[in-house]
Design a protein around this ligand. Structure first.
Ligand code: GAL
Length: 633
């Protein structure tokens, strides 16, 4: 795995560039990511390109021996451009413009902005596409950051109508597919269809799902336009993009298919604070991050990536500026996070950012250097990582053990029709992942329909729409299978399948769901050391009850090698049912000490201690915030 850093030459005096470049090399960095927000310096006024400074910056970095990842600057269109076409900005769900003054102020559907994005991409790729120092391109920056995938603008509405016309052919099919006869919502033509915001009460869920799919497709079309130009003008270079944490606004499998290396931005402490972790976990892991946050995304994005090529394009180096609270990591954690990315198979990791900026929005965000250019604590940890990677050499790929089937429309459906508080397919997947990782197992994420050979256990945490290919792949595999609640309960159009849930999965699961209910906090069904919380599918059929609550309610069913989980996959219930499936799969392993995780590769085992205490692993002590690799004997 190579190491790199995100650098903004436009933020610093030119005399500083050679010093920075040399220091980067001295501390063990090979790569530098630049340019993704520099549009106003590249094109200061319409058509007035100012390349000199960037030519010199690239030359200085290249002369120092750094390989460059150059960003297209389309996340930050300059003021003059927005003033020329003010309707290029997105409108929020209440119809308010999301104006200039920060970043990502554009609507993916705006034809004029799409052309501008192509124009600036073409200009930069023409200038630098064959420069030997440029080894990769990053398209835009964090599609969807600041909630920017959905736009409720006239441009989005027009494009949505066209998208619908292509998908449904005639308006009668759309009316039938969505069930628009309900509440007299029928349309006579595609041009009558509005976006699903601003309705009196909820819009038809099928309408929302179509809009979510459309919005994702708009991002893909925007990205594809840049990819096409870059492939043409910069042959042989990798194309990458940086995805975010716990983010499902667009289909990342689709993005992965368009580019060469799927990157993501890893901020373990920020994510712990921002997302739905318990207060107890937020306190326990405040300075380490929850042990599954980074790993979950490493494995998820490895699964979304074409040919499993993925990287970390931004790594948290110290306190960030954007979470509710922004603590510093424990000494050793930046190094641990780096080594963990290597263990999961990353080909590169870039720290964000080189030097802390003394101005603007992110002045409280740490870098490898402090604002005064002295080393921040993470700098030495980057060097320690470089040295450790050199020492370790090739440790092989993570071995195949368990697959989790995940799809982005699963999360869209549970967001559109939650049917209870905080019921999310993404977080169901996280809970399953975490329970598997507590047992030391490796997890791969696969899309529905992917081949499942080589896995001992396949988990489908919550997949409301189960396409036929998924059913076929599950039928064809010899693994133990766990199917979670709500799976197969919806069609592709977000309606109830013919018959009952789990629809196309009924035969495999050996049951039909006769009734589903969500359970408020405190309304639980207790079993022997586990309990059903939040959700309950009532089943009937040939499957045998496996976990039965004290009151007779069935929490899980078993039918051959297939289990169906009736309660929500979380806490003690998911641990219990998974431990049975793990044992049947022949993978049985004891639970690891609190906060300890393992990655098994072809060459041995990596161990990581996120926990509060020193732990014993493979006969020796592993201190808090430490990692170790034990080669297979
Ligand atoms: C990312 C973004 C970077 C920077 C960073 C701060 O979301 O891509 O540009 O803002 O967060 O943590």
């Amino acid at each position: 795995m190579k190491l790199g850093v995100c650098y903004y030459p436009e933020h610093w005096p030119e005399e500083r560039w050679p010093v920075d470049a040399r220091t980067m090399r001295e501390v063990g960095l090979d790569r530098v990511r630049i340019g993704e927000f520099a549009w106003s310096r590249i094109e200061a006024a319409p058509g007035r390109f100012e390349w000199d400074w960037l030519d010199r910056a690239i030359a200085v970095l290249a002369d120092a021996g750094l390989e460059i990842i150059l960003g297209t600057p389309t996340a930050t269109p300059p003021k003059w451009l927005v003033d020329r076409m003010p309707d290029m900005v997105a409108l929020d769900q209440l119809g308010r413009p999301r104006d200039f003054g920060s970043r990502r102020h554009y609507c993916f559907s705006h034809a004029g902005y799409r052309e501008e994005a192509r124009r600036i991409t073409r200009a930069i790729a023409t200038r630098y596409g064959r420069n030997p120092a440029i080894v990769a391109w990053q398209t835009d920056n964090e599609y969807g950051c600041h909630d920017t995938v959905q736009s409720f603008s006239p441009a989005a509405r027009d494009a949505f109508r066209q998208w619908l016309a292509e998908r449904y052919d005639d308006i009668g099919s759309l009316n039938a597919a969505w069930g628009n006869v309900f509440w007299s919502m029928e349309y006579r033509s595609f041009d009558e269809i509005e976006l699903p915001n601003l309705t009196v009460t909820e819009a038809n869920p099928s309408h929302w799902l179509a809009f979510r799919r459309f919005s994702s497709d708009q991002v893909m079309a925007f990205n594809a336009a840049q990819v096409e130009i870059l492939r043409d003008l910069s042959p042989g270079r990798d194309i990458t993009h940086n995805a975010m944490g716990f983010y499902t606004g667009y289909d990342h499998f689709a993005l992965g298919a368009q580019i060469d290396v799927l990157g993501w931005d890893s901020y373990p402490l920020g994510f712990l604070e921002q997302f739905r972790f318990s207060d107890a976990d937020k306190t326990t892991y405040a300075r380490t991050g929850h042990p599954d946050i980074a790993a979950f995304h490493h494995d998820l994005y490895r699964g979304c990536a074409k040919d499993r090529r993925w990287s970390v394009l931004e790594q948290q180096p110290g306190p960030v500026n954007w979470a509710r609270n922004n603590p510093a990591p424990l000494d050793g954690m930046v190094h641990l996070w780096t080594m963990e990315a290597a263990a999961h198979g990353a080909e590169m990791l870039c720290y964000f950012r080189w030097r802390q900026a003394p101005f603007a929005q992110e002045q409280m965000h740490a870098g490898l250097l402090r604002p005064d250019a002295e080393p921040a604590p993470a700098l030495a940890e980057a060097t320690a990582s470089f040295e450790a990677l050199e020492r370790l050499g090739d440790t092989g790929k993570p071995v195949k053990q368990v697959a989790i089937v995940f799809a982005y429309d699963a999360e869209w459906i549970t967001q559109i029709q939650p049917q209870g508080e905080n019921l999310s397919a993404l977080w169901a997947a996280f809970a399953c992942y975490s329970a598997l990782r507590e047992r030391g197992l490796n997890v791969d994420f696969v899309p529905p329909g992917a081949p499942l050979d080589g896995y001992a256990l396949v988990v489908v945490p919550c997949l409301p729409f189960a396409p036929d290919e998924l059913v076929a792949s599950l039928m064809a595999c010899s693994a133990q299978v766990l199917i979670g609640p709500r799976s197969g309960s919806k069609t592709a159009e977000l309606t109830i399948p013919e018959g009952l849930a789990p629809g196309p999965l009924s035969e495999l699961a050996g049951l039909a769901v006769s009734r589903s209910e969500s359970l408020r906090p405190g309304l639980t069904h207790a079993g022997n050391g586990w309990e059903v919380t939040r959700w309950l599918d009532h089943g009937e059929g040939a499957a045998a009850p496996e976990l039965v609550c004290d009151d007779g309610v069935v929490a899980s069913w078993k039918h051959g090698a297939v289990r169906y989980l009736a309660g929500w996959p979380e806490g003690s219930l998911i641990r219990e049912v998974l431990s049975r499936a793990i044992a049947d799969a022949g993978l049985d392993m004891p639970a690891l000490p609190t906060g300890v995780r393992r990655v098994t590769t072809e060459a041995g085992s990596f161990w990581f201690n996120y926990g509060p205490d020193t732990a014993e692993v493979e006969g020796t002590l592993l201190h808090r915030a430490n990692w170790r690799f034990v080669a297979r004997s």
